[in-house]
Design a protein around this ligand. Structure first.
Ligand SMILES: Cc1ncc(COP(=O)(O)O)c(C=O)c1O
Length: 472
């Protein structure tokens, strides 16, 4: 028996090596990242776990960058997909089907309830494509203005236009300029304040600096005689995602909106990563008492079962009178499989009380991580909103970013050799942040308290090994 088990392990290892050789030869590496030392090949998933071909269990704390919020192989959502596969699996998007209309209706009515604002929903595939559509709506409704504000550290996708409003120059470096770049404004990242202020006494200095741009025409933003601003919109993530799950001060966005309204600058709220209760509210922006003009969504709407994305925009920006048929089009937008799952996801969100369960689990997770922070000076910051949690890894001074240790911990998790509990396990962590030293933790909404405990134990073990291995 023992020999047979050993043989099957050896043969699965050699199959894995063969696959890795094929990947190295035939897969473009340009469509993803190869950050880690070891490239894992996964075989199946269930709940909060991924499994490799050897059957090693990996607790996933990033859930496909927050696309699989409702757990892997969620039975109800998988059933909705299978049902649609047998009913109406394909349909050109110029024809109508019930689920498309109902998803749009539910989202638009949700906006009416929350913001008392009428609007419409427009579909596409993938977050970046929806960002592109929002840029068209912005340009169309502002007489073709093509300049926007966006945040330093912001992420809006990797297509040409989406990366032109995404902060990282690296994403644009090789491709020249296609569309206009955003003007990037410092995000209120209080742990590393761009103005070296302390939150308790800053009086939102960063917001005042933004406001100053409008004081004189010679600051290059506005014609003070006509009040006409050269910038059409401000693209925000209410909680910065790839930037490191950064939570802004509560009153920042309401102050920002006041300034934008003075100059008729649209507020575009990118909820691709934080939408659908990641932060404990349907939209992350709901924490900040501000009404957006456009909302962009994607990822978790289908729990990752289908790349359905879209935008909601105020009626005056997107009614057929101003944004008629054919202004954008994709073969797969509003596809039947994606909208069927999306409809079921929206029903789950109506029926379950994520507004209570997500913050409760988040608070417990943060409290356990804060205990670790007290033990290890290398953890510089822990915070969270709902189940969007951040752990910032630093040098022993608790502040200087420590990318080497962060990478080591991520790789140790992926090795699948952690021992917390009785069996060998792995831990899946995602790294973000301006210095690539932040674990952006986005567990399944259905994670149990015992699984949070296991996650923290696995994390501590990886941290200890990382500290020992990097002499941090
Ligand atoms: C806030 C935000 N906007 C846009 C995108 C782009 O979405 P996609 O990767 O589906 O194109 C992402 C992806 O992570 C995101 O986090």
């Amino acid at each position: 028996m023992f020999t047979r088990q050993k043989q099957s392990k050896n043969s699965s290892r050699s199959r894995e090596n063969k696959l890795l050789d094929l990947e190295a030869k035939y897969c473009s590496w340009g469509d993803t990242v190869h950050y880690t030392d070891k490239l894992n090949i996964f075989d199946r998933s269930e709940g909060v776990y991924l499994y490799d071909k050897k059957g090693t269990e990996y607790l996933d704390l990033q859930m496909w960058y927050s696309a699989a919020n409702f757990g892997y192989k969620n039975k109800r959502l998988n059933r909705a997909l299978k049902k649609q596969l047998d009913k109406l699996p394909q349909l050109a998007c110029q024809y109508l089907h019930e689920e498309k209309i109902l998803v749009a209706t539910k989202l638009a009515q949700k906006m009416e309830r929350t913001y008392e604002t009428k609007g419409r929903v427009h579909f596409n595939v993938g977050g970046s494509a929806a960002i592109e559509d929002s840029l068209k709506v912005v340009r169309n409704s502002t007489g073709g203005k093509s300049l926007v504000f966006a945040f330093m550290g912001g992420y809006h996708g990797r297509t040409l236009a989406a990366s032109s409003i995404t902060s990282s120059y690296r994403y644009r470096e090789k491709f020249g300029h296609f569309s206009d770049r955003a003007c990037f404004i410092p995000y209120p990242y209080c742990f590393r304040c761009p103005y070296d202020k302390k939150r308790d006494h800053c009086d939102l200095y960063c917001l005042k600096q933004f406001e100053r741009l409008f004081e004189s025409e010679y600051y290059s933003v506005v014609n003070n005689k006509t009040n006409n601003c050269e910038f059409a919109a401000f693209y925000i993530e209410a909680v910065q995602g790839t930037g490191g799950y950064i939570i802004p001060p509560t009153d920042y966005f309401s102050g920002l909106k006041e300034i934008l309204d003075r100059y008729k600058i649209l507020l575009v709220d990118d909820e691709v990563q934080m939408g659908f209760f990641r932060t404990g509210k349907f939209w992350a922006l709901e924490h900040f008492n501000v009404t957006p003009d456009i909302v962009v969504f994607g990822k978790a709407l289908t729990n990752g079962l289908n790349p359905l994305s879209g935008i909601w925009a105020k009626e005056e920006l997107i009614s057929p009178a101003v944004f008629p048929a054919g202004m954008t089009h994709s073969t797969f937008s509003s596809n039947t499989l994606g909208t069927a799952v999306a409809l079921e996801t929206l029903k789950i969100m109506e029926e379950e009380n994520f507004a209570v369960s997500v913050p409760k689990k988040g608070e417990y997770f943060v409290s356990r991580l804060k205990n670790l922070m007290r033990k290890y000076p290398q953890i510089g910051d822990v915070s969270g909103l709902g189940l969007a949690l951040r752990v910032e890894i630093c040098q022993k001074d608790g502040f200087t970013p420590n990318r080497q240790l962060t990478d080591a911990i991520e790789n140790i998790g992926l090795s699948g050799n952690l021992r917390a509990g009785s069996k060998k396990r792995g831990l899946i962590l995602d790294v973000g942040g301006y210095y690539k030293n932040v674990f952006t933790i986005a567990p399944s909404f259905y994670i149990k308290e015992s699984e949070i405990d296991l996650a923290v134990d696995l994390f501590e073990e990886a941290l200890k090994k990382g500290i020992a291995g990097t002499a941090a």
